[in-house]
Design a protein around this ligand. Structure first.
Ligand code: CMC
Length: 391
């Protein structure tokens, strides 16, 4: 009963209580389990952050070692999954491939849907964290025409992922530590962001007690859209288009301000941050550092900085409190690390995976009710049926 309050886009509706991520959009504060994003990006590694988000505390040395070894133990993907991947055209967007393969994992791990005991839940989580990097690397390798294989147990979680992405047959693999560190930092910055579109999707799908893997698959699809994680691909494409067009940032600013034109400045604006996005600050600095360290000059970095400067002085953007978000500079780093544009959003998914898992686990453990919003009906009143020959 009662009156339904209308709140399109849930701009003011809290859907749950959560102890995972604290976000203050007015002041640009982001914390995972009470630790500032600045400190975590600087000092932690991605697997530690995953543990922190999912289990609530930073792991001890022993806990981290066990967690990592449990993940390694599960890091094979059934060889038959390669047949499913083979059925996709090479041109398929890897986000669609990834959500499909993530759903398909259920068929190969049917017990993963039972999560009533703590042990079963832990096993499902470990499997998800173990197999997703393999699928992500495979999605890339398929596109790149590289043979599919498995990881290397002797490496760290992120370095192993890097190797699975890039190593070539008959070549020795090595990677600059700076590259792994940059990847680690990017993944940490993406690891959770409270009740964003994909995370809310994971929680709501999971609230029907569908399993973890399919809930994550739904989150991947939600992330794909250009207003959400798909923005990182859209930003680089936009910056390239500005470059191709002669580099006139002002022209594109005007397009973004024109209400008749659907064009938006990709990588700008955020539902919650109305001052700055703390992740964007760290990523901008990191983009400079990574490009310098790797000796790469990317002309789109200058275009991005020019656009940012112009937007921050423009009353349209100032009045609407639009600032660069996490997606504005991340693509420039991904590209410097050799990651192709279509893989940018899959990288976001890999980073967000621990957050999705933590939020799903919290939802299940708190025994939250099934997600089921109400609506305000605006359709026809009762009318009577006319047979087709009388319409
Ligand atoms: N360029 C031009 N105008 C914009 C932009 C933009 N990027 N973002 C918002 N606006 C305008 C919008 O037109 C509206 O103007 P008005 O009040 O005159 O109608 C006003 O600012 C408020 O925007 P909104 O669309 O009502 O805000 P929202 O909270 O519903 O949307 C958003 C937030 C992130 C979807 C939006 O800012 C956007 O589309 N940005 C571009 C896409 C993007 O970068 N997405 C990544 C988000 S961050 C991380 C992630 O989720 O991946």
């Amino acid at each position: 009963g009662g009156v339904t309050t209308l709140d399109p886009g849930y701009k003011n509706t809290g859907s749950c209580e959560s102890a995972i991520t604290f976000l203050n959009g007015e002041e640009g504060i982001l914390r995972y389990r009470g630790y500032s994003i600045e400190e975590l990006a600087d000092k932690a590694d991605f697997l530690e952050v995953a543990y922190l988000l999912i289990f609530g505390e930073l792991p001890t040395k022993e806990e981290l070692a066990k967690f990592h070894s449990d993940i390694r133990e599960q890091s094979h993907v059934d060889d038959d999954v390669k047949k499913i991947l083979d059925g996709f055209p090479k041109s398929a967007h890897p986000m669609g491939v990834l959500s499909s393969l993530t759903s398909a994992l259920v068929a190969f791990n049917p017990s993963s849907v039972n999560v009533d005991s703590e042990e079963e839940m832990y096993n499902a989580i470990v499997r998800m964290l173990a197999k997703f990097p393999v699928l992500t690397a495979w999605a890339h390798r398929k596109r790149a025409g590289l043979p599919l294989d498995y990881g290397d147990d002797s490496l760290g979680y992120v370095e192993n992922f890097h190797k699975m992405m890039f190593h070539k047959p008959n070549q020795n693999y090595s990677v600059d530590k700076k590259v792994v560190d940059a990847l680690d930092k990017l993944l940490i910055l993406h690891a959770d962001h409270e009740q964003n579109c994909s995370t809310s999707t994971v929680r709501i799908v999971g609230s029907s007690h569908a399993g973890l893997f399919v809930s994550i698959s739904a989150g991947i699809n939600a992330l794909w859209g250009p207003l959400h994680g798909g923005a990182n691909q859209a930003v680089i494409e936009m910056l390239e288009a500005i470059k191709e067009d002669g580099g006139d940032t002002h022209k594109f600013m005007n397009k973004a301000k024109d209400k008749e034109d659907p064009f938006r400045l990709m990588g700008f604006g955020h539902r919650v941050y109305k001052n700055f996005d703390p992740r964007a600050k760290i990523i901008k600095k990191s983009a400079d550092e990574v490009l310098t360290a790797l000796g790469i000059e990317d002309p789109v970095l200058d275009i991005a900085k020019g656009l940012e400067k112009e937007a921050l002085e423009d009353s349209y953007f100032v009045d609407r409190k639009l600032y660069p978000n996490v997606d504005f500079y991340s693509g420039i780093i991904y590209r410097a690390l050799g990651i192709p544009v279509e893989m940018f959003t899959p990288m976001f998914a890999l980073g967000r995976l621990p957050g999705w898992i933590a939020q799903w686990k919290e939802m299940r453990q708190r025994k939250e009710p099934i997600g089921r919003p109400r609506q305000v009906y605006i359709g026809e009143n009762l009318r009577s049926f006319k047979p087709v020959e009388k319409r």
